[in-house]
Ligand binder design. Structure first.
Ligand code: RIB
Ligand code: CA
Length: 346
């Protein structure tokens, strides 16, 4: 069956009314005052690079990594988080396991891309640390209660844990300074034409989160597909000479092999790292204000983030903007940020 790779490529027409870039609403850390950060993740090839970036950047203070089933079964994601933190020199960062699957509906996985175990063919040394027995939601809740500084959470997998946190501890929503979410899309999805994986994997959870009133930045596919690495970038990661750089290279090369096999692709999007980099670097990502709603119905649009950016249409339908949405990132600069980060790690 032709995959449509022959003949002229027809580029889908972009949105008719692109929203204007606006000043960001997300906080940004500084080396003098690092941003307290929790990453909720389904490691995951790009998750791994996002975690390494969070450790390497002096503007961020990684307080915990919680895991959720998504790219792989949650037991793999948890073991991967432990081993990645250990490999990146931060086995002290607490890890706690969260939901295996969505609030309702079928379990969705991305093992075809990330491998059965979630990190390609990489085998990392075991960590001396173990997951915290309290579990993901309780760990996040404890940190939110105990940390005097406002805490930012970067959910870079399905949003199940965040939705459970809001349902179990509604009073803690106000202690979440910002959610920098990798997920969704103004335009096309990647699991279906309508839906991006993290939202598609648990639309009900995403709907709870986007309705929560918590300040949100949504790094959807529109911007993360600009944040790509190729074989030359993988070679730059290896050339850092660090063990962490070599791990990052192996993960990127696995992803490049997959896209190469599937459709002759030569680049891979490091989706999750955009949501983390935004919190450390003030002007890397351009954002616009949108009203984002999630389609949690069982129709063709299930898992779609319905993004309205046109002010007069929002007004006509009584909608308010509820998220910054990523629309622009300079690819070369993004690559430099990752190479620099993995050169700083052990
Ligand atoms: O659609 C991309 C997202 O799905 C990323 O978070 C990737 O890790 C996968 O979870
Ligand atoms: Ca992810």
């Amino acid at each position: 069956m032709s995959l449509g790779t022959e003949g002229p490529q027809v580029v889908a027409s972009p949105t008719f009314f692109p929203a204007p870039a606006v000043p960001r609403s997300a906080p940004v850390g500084t080396a003098a005052r690092p941003l307290p950060l929790i990453i909720d993740s389904d490691p995951g090839l790009d998750d791994a690079l996002a975690i390494g970036l969070a450790i390497a950047r002096p503007e961020l203070e990684l307080l915990a990594v919680t895991t959720v089933g998504g790219n792989a079964d949650v037991r793999h994601c948890t073991e991967n988080a432990l081993r990645l933190l250990h490999a990146f020199g931060r086995a002290d960062v607490p890890v706690a396991e969260g939901a295996e699957g969505p609030l309702t509906g079928a379990v969705v996985r991305a093992t075809a891309i990330h491998g059965e175990g979630g990190i390609g063919r990489s085998v990392l040394p075991p960590s001396p640390a173990s997951p915290r027995p309290e579990g993901a939601v309780a760990l996040i809740a404890r940190i939110l209660r105990e940390t005097t500084e406002p805490v930012v959470i970067a959910p870079i997998g399905p949003l199940t844990n965040i939705a459970l946190l809001l349902r179990l501890h509604p009073g803690l929503a106000e202690r979440i300074a910002h959610l920098s979410i990798m997920g969704g899309s103004i335009g096309e999805g990647n699991v279906t034409i309508s839906a991006e994986f993290n939202i598609y994997a648990d639309p009900e959870a995403a709907d709870i989160v986007f309705r929560s009133g918590i300040p949100i930045t949504m790094m959807g596919l529109d911007v993360t597909h600009q944040a790509t690495l190729d074989a030359a970038a993988a070679a730059r990661l290896r050339a850092t000479g660090t063990a962490s750089g070599a791990i990052a290279t192996e993960l990127v090369e696995f992803a490049l092999d997959r896209v190469g096999q599937w459709y002759g692709g030569t680049t891979t999007a490091i989706h999750d790292a955009v949501a983390v980099a935004h919190l450390a670097i003030d002007d890397l990502v351009g954002v616009a204000r949108y009203n984002v709603r999630v389609d949690a119905t069982d129709g063709l649009g299930r898992g779609r983030t319905v993004c309205e950016g046109l002010a007069r249409r929002m007004q006509r339908h009584g909608l308010e903007p509820n998220a910054d949405v990523g629309i622009r990132v300079e690819r070369e600069r993004f690559e430099d940020v990752l190479v620099d980060a993995f050169g700083r790690l052990p």
